[in-house]
Structure formats: C-alpha cells, structure tokens
Design a protein around this ligand. Structure first.
Ligand code: SF4
Length: 701
C-alpha cells in the first residue's frame, strides 16, 4: 500500500473477481487507480487476495474498447484474430447511434422471421440490475427463454440438485459459519487458489481444532491443514460418497429424529446405499475402506459440520448426482440449519449468484420461478406491461451452440461472456459463432468472441459503474464507480436500455436503482432490502425486517418444498463420458490458478498478475514426466478427440500420475480445444473435469 497522500479520493466497492465478494477500497488519483486495500465487508473483514489487491490495472490497459465498432463490408472472414494492431482491417469506428441501430436492426430482422432465431448470453460479471435487464430483453423482446450465462459452465448441476432436494439453489449457510463448525468437508474445490479469502477462514478453523476433510483427485494447498486428505480417482465421487453414507447407515450414525422431522425418501435412500460397501468402493475410488469409515464416523459424530464444494464436483456428466450425494450426507446427519452446519457450493464469478437469482437462465425467471408456470409469467408481464412469452424452457449455453449449427439460431447478443474460449470443444463453438448471421458483442476488450462480431459495443468495467452484486454467501452489496469509463465506453445497463428501445420496447430507466425497484416487485428474496439500505451496508437475503442484516443460516425450521421436507435423491454411478484408452491414455482435468481469472481477458492484462504467471502451463506428476522423457519447462503436446494444444510442462506432485492439470486462462493453449461437450442431463453442464488425453513431447521448430 502507498502513502495516504498519494491519492486524491478513495472509493469503496466490491472486488470484480470471485464469488467471495470482498469489499475493497480503491485509492484514486487523476482518474487512475493507484492501489487497493481490503475493508471490513461481511465476507472478508479487511482481507484481500492477490487478485483483489493487485489485479485492478486491467481497466487502464490500452487494449480497452473505447468506441463502438461495426464490421466493415470488405472485412476478411469472421474468426480471424482481431487484435488491437489490426482491428481496423475488420471494423470501422461508429457513433453510438449508428452502432446501436446496426445491432438492433440485425436482431430485429431475425426476430421478424421468428423470435427463437435469436439467443442471448448475459454475464455473471455484470450487476444484478444488468442481468435482470438482459433476461427481460430476451423474454420481452424476442418472446422466448433462450438466455443463459456462465453458471451453466460452473454450478448449474449443483443448483439443479439443490433446487430438486432442498427447494433453493443458494447456500444454506455462509462460508464464515465454518467458525462455528467442528468438522468441514471441502470436496472438488481448491479455495487457496480459487476462493483465497474464504480459504483464510478455513485455515483459522483448523487452527482452533476444527477437522477439515479434503477430497480431491488433485492434491492441493489445503492438504497441509487437513485432518484427512482423500485423493480419490477422478470421476469416482459418487462411489466414494455413497460408501461413506453406507458406513453411516450400517453403523447407525444417522440422525433419525432430524430425518423424520425434515426429510422424505429415506427408506429408498437407505436401501440404495446397501449397494456401496466401502471394501467394494475402495477398488473404484482408490481410498482405503478404513479411511472411508473414519471419515464417515468423523462427519456423522460432529456436533456441527459443513460441506463445501466447487467445480470438481459440478463439472461432470454426473455433477448433479455428486451434489445429490453431498446434500444427502448433510441431511442424514442433520447438518443443515444450525450454527456451524450447512451446504455451501462455493460460487465462482463475483455475481454468478446474483445473475442466476435475477433470472439469467433459460428455465427460471427471477427468484427461480419457473417459466412453465402461467401464473409466474403473468406476474412478470403485468409488471413489464407486455404480452405473454414462451412457456417452454429455453436452450442452455452448449445447446445454443448446437442450435446454431442446426440453423435454428441465427443471431446472438453476447454481453461480457467469451464462449470462443469458455465453451467445451471450443472449435465447435467457434465454428458456430462464425455461422451466425448477426452477432452483437458487448465487452471491455476485443475478446476471442469479438473475432466473430458484426457489431461491438464498448462497455464500462466493474470499477467504472454502479450496481448491486450478490456473493456466494447471499450477501447483496453495492458496487460504486471509482473512475470514469474510457473514451465512449458506457455502462452495460445504459447500452441494454438503448438497444431495447430500438427493438421497440418501452424502457425508460434512467438509473440502476429504478431497475432494482422493479426487481423487488417479483423477487421475494429482496424483501426488506432497498437500494438506500445497500448504499450504507451489505444485506444478506433473506432479510426478515428493514433492520435485519439478513439470515446467514437458513432452513432451521424446514425447507421450501412440499410439507417443508428436503428429499433424499439416491445417486447411482454414471461413468465419465469417455475413458482413457490406448490412443488417449491419460486423464485431463482443467481448472483455474491463483493469479488468473477464467478466460484471462482481465488478469492477463493486469500487470502484476501477468508478471507472476506470464505463460501457458500445465502440471503433471514428476514420475509421469520422467516416463514421457519430458523435463519441467519442456513443451508438450496434449491431444484429445477434439484437438491439440502445445503447452509448457511443470512438475507437480499434487497431480496424480497419468493425470494432467491444465489451466483454462491461456488463449495460446486454450484448454477448451481439448474438453468434451458431453452434458450432465439435469444441470446441462459440460464435463470439463474429465477428458481422455494423449501426451507427447513437442518438437518445437
Ligand atoms: Fe477478490 Fe475473491 Fe480475492 Fe476476495 S478472494 S480479493 S473477492 S478474488
């Protein structure tokens, strides 16, 4: 940190990166952010990780989009790499009026044929108000529900399981509740790298004697703090978790009273678990039966216990089943709804919880109200003062790409998402984007997706705008602008409103607080939460009165399901969509690393973060590297049935032998060229966490 004399103003807002939602103070001089400090937010209590502290200067990067752009008629083919140095060969600068007219006219022309020809991807990097407006535009303006965002690529399967069995898609307790727990399971998550400030609470919990059970196919930093480290075989989660629950049943360690009072389907669950004895499951998951027994006893006899999970659980074709197991484990031990207990899927993006709550998903309107319910739709169209829209669930992220290939979808509006990097089997997605007749991209940089755009709309970065966000803890917080937007860039809500007007919608919002007020009309989760309150404090939903700071723990007296009961959903073993074989003998696991965020568009332009991790890399066990004749620092070729990338190899004992871990932030070795687009049937999430891969030493020229 610098000297207080260094800056001429400070602005309190929320970090733009992960779902922890740390509150941050930005010190600004001459409209430049000089440095950042953590402040006393409910989720971070003055702490920040390296991304929050040092990852802010991407907003001042010379690559920022500052003018609306329209594709030139004589432009080369779509998909060629548009860069800051050559963009004028592809695009010409335009006024806002010209660009908005071009964007709206292209979409309206397709709508004249059929509203279903247009789909939209909104963003978990935008505010709640912007997410709400985006889904409203697709539903009101095009008459259907083909609207989705990156939740489909992270926790859609967790939400599917939670909605099915608990009746709510959000966490039942904040992560800070771990301070009241005796035992915690962290499975398929790597908080030290991905939720670093949450990880500090986990470490404190172990320091005061809490038992942390870490379950992950990859070793990780939390191992040092764990009472148990279960490095199970990738893809064997359901077998392992069912074996643990089998022990709890066999040894009568479950909470009969809780089960009788608050759950249903227990008899079927008990019967199902008989098929998963630990001695048999040991052969599948690789964890000794005695360890499974010990973990079962530790969890089931805890006074209070929590379960945390991440994308290692959700990004499988059996992601929903993985979450069903975790929910069942908590329910059978009565570990929901009390201090120090609960279910907590650690949300990824800073506003993926809020964007999902705001209805940026194809099956639900705001507050997870079903689009198939006539009463729900009419409640919204009453507020919107417009006619009905489709009662059919819309298509999801990967399904939309398939529908473009099939010719059903011909135009897209993509705000702050980068499917040309983030979708599985990304060459398939890029081919789809190239086929679109009209693509409007709204972003802060020329992303890989912008290579395919017809119109590019330059938007404000998070630190340049006003709006609310909701973190993984259900805490709603206010984001405030610290610096002006560069050039002609505008806040996303303003662009959405101007585009909607040109699509014939009667939108007259002049400030995000008017959008927030409209959201409250049909979102009970925002009861007792007002814009004015959020100007002064964060509020956790549900908030029971205008003075209540919100409820960190929910469902102590029953669940929002029929008769107030949660449900046990027995999960059977579904194998990964493809297995290693002679041609592709290794397992590829993709994920994040501490310094880089998702597709890298922000952090690779943040000078400190990029200096620490400047080059695409992947990690393998040193023995595996030796067998391949590869030294750390050599380049290797990774090939799957979808494609090949070349990347620098690192040695890492945390990675299991015959496994490869590849971060997905690097365009020059785009992990999603390799990944499989096979989907979980319930959450429709792709299997990013398991692909069969071949590894060879690369012959560099
Ligand atoms: Fe930002 Fe997440 Fe780091 Fe907090 S933990 S500073 S929210 S990236």
């Amino acid at each position: 940190a610098g000297d207080s004399k260094d800056y001429d103003r400070e602005v309190e807002t929320v970090c733009p990166y992960c779902g922890v939602g740390c509150q941050i103070s930005l010190k600004v001089k001459d409209d430049k952010i000089l440095y950042a400090e953590g402040i006393d937010g409910p989720a971070n209590e003055n702490r920040l990780c390296v991304k929050g502290r040092f990852g802010f200067d991407y907003i001042h990067h010379p690559h920022r989009l500052t003018k609306p752009l329209i594709r030139r008629e004589d432009a080369p083919a779509k998909g060629l790499n548009v860069e800051p140095g050559n963009w004028h060969e592809f695009f010409r600068e335009a006024t806002w009026d010209e660009a908005l007219d071009a964007a709206a006219n292209g979409l309206a022309k397709l709508r004249d044929d059929d509203g279903r020809r247009v789909a939209g991807f909104g963003s978990a990097k935008c505010s709640n108000e912007e997410a709400y407006l985006f889904q409203k535009m697709i539903r009101q303006g095009f008459g259907h529900n083909n609207v989705d965002h990156c939740t489909r690529l992270c926790h859609a399967s967790s939400v599917a399981a939670l909605m099915e069995n608990v009746g709510s898609g959000a966490v039942t307790a904040t992560f800070n509740e771990i301070e009241n727990a005796d035992v915690a399971i962290a499975i398929g998550c790597n908080p030290i790298e991905n939720h670093p400030v949450a990880a500090t609470y986990f470490k404190q919990f172990t320091k005061r004697g809490g038992k942390l059970i870490v379950m992950d196919p990859r070793g990780q930093g939390m191992k040092r703090f764990a009472s148990h480290m279960l490095q199970f075989r990738a893809g064997s989660d359901v077998s392992m978790l069912n074996a643990i629950m089998n022990v709890i049943v066999e040894e009568n360690l479950y909470d009969q009273q809780y089960i009788e009072a608050f759950t249903e389907n227990w008899t079927a669950m008990k019967e199902h678990l008989k098929g998963f004895p630990p001695e048999e499951m040991e052969k599948i998951c690789g964890i000794p039966a005695e360890t499974l027994r010990d973990v079962a006893r530790t969890f089931a006899t805890a006074k209070s216990a929590m379960i945390f999970w991440g994308m290692g659980v959700s990004q499988h074709i059996h992601g929903t089943d993985n979450s069903r197991c975790l929910i069942a484990l908590a329910l059978m031990c009565g570990q929901v709804g009390r201090p120090g207990s609960g279910l907590h899927p650690l949300r990824g993006q800073n506003n993926v919880q809020g964007a999902s709550d705001a209805g940026l998903i194809p099956m639900f309107l705001p507050d997870y109200q079903s689009v198939t319910d006539d009463g729900v739709r009419s409640a919204f169209t009453d507020v919107w003062k417009s006619g009905d829209f489709s009662n059919e669930k819309g298509l999801t992220v990967v399904e939309i790409m398939d529908a473009i290939h099939d010719g059903q979808i011909k135009g897209m509006y993509i705000l702050g998402e980068n499917p040309a990097m983030s979708d599985p089997d990304v060459d398939h997605a890029r081919d789809a984007l190239a086929k679109l007749e009209h693509l409007v991209v709204q972003d802060i940089f020329l992303t890989e997706t912008a290579n395919y755009a017809d119109v590019i709309l330059p938007s404000s970065a998070w630190y340049e705008k006003t709006g609310t966000v909701t973190n993984t803890n259900r805490q709603v917080q206010m984001g405030r602008p610290a610096v002006p937007s560069p050039g002609d860039a505008k806040e996303d809500w303003w662009i959405e409103v101007e585009l909607a007007k040109r699509l014939g919608l009667d939108w007259n919002y002049t400030h995000p607080k008017e959008v927030f007020a409209e959201m409250k009309l049909n979102m009970k989760s925002f009861d007792n939460i007002t814009w004015d309150r959020l100007e002064t404090t964060a509020v956790t939903y549900p908030s029971l009165s205008p003075e209540d700071p919100g409820q960190p723990i929910v469902f102590g007296d029953g669940f929002p399901r029929s008769e107030g009961r949660a449900r046990f959903a027995p999960a059977s073993v579904i194998p990964p969509a493809e297995f290693p074989d002679e041609e592709y003998p290794f397992i590829l696991i993709t994920g994040r690393q501490l310094e880089h965020w998702h597709t890298g568009s922000m952090t690779r332009r943040a000078s400190v973060l990029d200096a620490v991790e400047p080059e695409a890399n992947c990690s393998l066990h040193p023995r595996t590297l030796r067998e391949l004749g590869v030294a750390p620092g050599d380049y290797i070729k990774l090939s799957t049935r979808r494609g090949t990338v070349t990347v620098m190899a690192r040695a890492d004992r945390a990675v299991a032998e015959k496994n490869v871990f590849l971060p997905f932030a690097y365009v020059e070795a785009a992990a999603n060229i390799l990944t499989n687009s096979a989907l979980d049937p319930y959450g429709k999430i792709p299997e990013f966490k398991f692909s069969a891969v071949r590894v060879e030493k690369a012959e560099l020229l």
